[in-house]
Design a protein around this ligand. Structure first.
Ligand code: SIN
Ligand code: FE
Length: 307
């Protein structure tokens, strides 16, 4: 007779536990509400039955040929300017309208799920991602098939949160295949001994040389290092606690992508909307990567609390 499984073996791993499913079938109403606490503790909120419905005339837009070939996304900036696409003015207008409609639905969703954030979330870009992920070649630093938290070399966040709404719009069966990693604090503690302080004056120099769009705070520097350390560490990629999750066509998921370790292994045709939130506007500001890192590193990371 096989030995009974220990409680620890039966218990789901932390990454597995972070996946939470909800039955919502509409963007503007449904059972999901007051989910700030789950989001802020690093959960992936998964809505398997929440599709972005394309109009018949929009179906042809699920094709990489609309990309201008220079960027991997077609994006709608500040709700109006379309970037990364090619086509006639009428086609581009229709494509922009489709992405704009997604942006509106994403807005309705976050206002409903996170009432605490109402009036405080700022919408960033919305995008259509038409390329197949698997087999896409890129440098290790740009390789999103490796577990990472989102951090950008040119765009310092100053502690501001990155909340993202994703929807798989693949017209067939292709799931968006993700891996989700360990809790942010475990990740931070693991790599903390390898974090180096930025050189004095480096933030100012990067700004002067237009490498960054604003001053790279010690927080941004630490987040970039964490992003790079994780992606460069193949043992970590293989052995770190993680769970695979498939997001089927017609499903939507919401995460803090600066907090949840994630990687995308395959899939094609996805829509995404980014929102920004100041960490002081969270339900539990102490869960923000900024504050977690300050606790782990026992130093200030250059972002004062808002007065
Ligand atoms: C990422 O943020 O790493 C990409 C997610 C995706 O393309 O599914
Ligand atoms: Fe990412």
């Amino acid at each position: 007779m096989p030995a009974p499984m220990s409680a620890a073996a039966i218990e789901a791993s932390a990454p597995q536990r972070s996946l939470r499913r909800f039955d919502d079938t509409a963007w503007e109403h449904g059972p999901g509400a007051h989910l700030e606490h789950l989001l802020e503790t690093g959960c992936v909120l998964h809505f398997p039955q929440l599709p972005f419905v394309l109009q018949e005339s929009e179906r042809p837009f699920l094709d990489p040929r609309w990309s201008d070939g220079k960027s991997k996304n077609i994006s709608l900036r500040e709700g109006s300017r379309l970037r990364g696409a090619q086509g006639t003015p009428q086609q581009l207008e229709a494509l922009g309208a489709m992405i704009g409609r997604f942006a509106m639905q994403a807005q309705q969703l976050v206002e409903r799920l996170f009432p605490q954030y109402r009036g405080k979330l700022r919408a960033g870009n919305a995008s259509l991602r038409p390329f197949e992920v698997a087999g896409r070649s890129s440098s290790w630093r740009h390789d999103d098939t490796r577990l990472h938290v989102d951090a950008f070399p040119s765009n310092p966040m100053h502690g501001v949160r990155l909340l993202r709404v994703f929807t798989n719009v693949h017209p067939g069966q292709r799931p968006r295949q993700w891996r989700v990693g360990e809790p942010f604090e475990d990740f931070a503690r693991r790599f903390a001994p390898r974090l180096r302080r930025p050189l004095p004056g480096s933030a100012r120099l990067l700004r002067l040389l237009h490498v960054t769009k604003s001053l790279r705070t010690p927080y941004d520097d630490a987040m970039l290092q964490l992003h790079d350390l994780a992606k460069a560490d193949l043992d970590y990629q293989r052995d770190a606690p993680q769970a695979a999750v498939d997001f089927a066509p017609g499903s939507t998921w919401v995460v803090y992508s600066d907090q949840v370790l994630h990687a995308v292994m395959g899939g094609q045709h996805m829509m995404e909307q980014t929102f920004y939130l100041h960490p002081d506007d969270q339900l539990a500001p102490e869960t923000a990567p900024l504050r977690v890192l300050e606790r782990v590193l026992e130093r200030s990371l250059g972002v004062p609390r808002r007065a």
